[in-house]
Structure formats: C-alpha cells, structure tokens
Design a protein. Structure first.
Length: 106
C-alpha cells in the first residue's frame, strides 16, 4: 500500500474515543491490513461519497468511516462493530483443512 495521508477533526476524535473507545490514530491502522475491505456507504445521503474500511487491528476487526478528499483519507468514525466483522469475515473466508486419515494404516 502506498503511504496514505490521514486527517481528522480533533473534537470528533475525542467524541469517538468517549463513545467507542477508539482513537483515530489507531483507526488508521485498519488501512494497513492487507486483507482490509473497502465499501461505499450507500446509506449516507450527501454530496460527498463516504466509505467504510474493515480491517484487523489489535486482535479485532475495526470499522472505520471515512471520506477521500484530494488524496487525503479523512476519518470521522471508528469502532469494533459486529456488522463490520461479519462483512470482513464474509470477504475473507477461512479455509479449513479437512481431517483425513493417513492411507495404508490399519
């Protein structure tokens, strides 16, 4: 991943930390996950497109709400939400090996 540039509103960061326990400085780590999932926020009605990044951070799947402005990722929300985890796991299924008995042994 090319070096990304991030920004956020400090008051919104403090609000997010109080509400969801996640500082935006930590939220940007979700973008470093090689298996991250980026999805457009289709429910947000605005003149500006908004997105979600689902990425593994600190042993959990973090959902980051953001927009992309002139080459800068602007974060405005982040939390460990079940819906984001489900989307991440759906897009990154685990491949489990089936257990087989060794051939030729009795």
């Amino acid at each position: 991943m090319a070096k990304a540039h991030f920004e956020w509103d400090q008051a919104k960061d403090q609000e997010n930390q109080a509400k969801h326990g996640v500082p935006f400085a930590v939220a940007q780590l979700a973008f470093a996950d090689a298996r991250r999932v980026i999805a457009e926020d289709l429910t947000h009605s605005s003149s500006e497109k908004r997105y979600f990044c689902f990425g593994q951070v600190g042993g959990g799947i973090l959902t980051v709400r953001f927009t992309y402005r002139e080459g800068v990722i602007r974060i405005f929300g982040a939390g460990y939400w079940r819906k984001g985890k489900r989307i991440y796991e759906r897009e990154n299924p685990l491949h489990r090996r089936t257990s087989r008995k060794p051939k030729g042994r009795t």
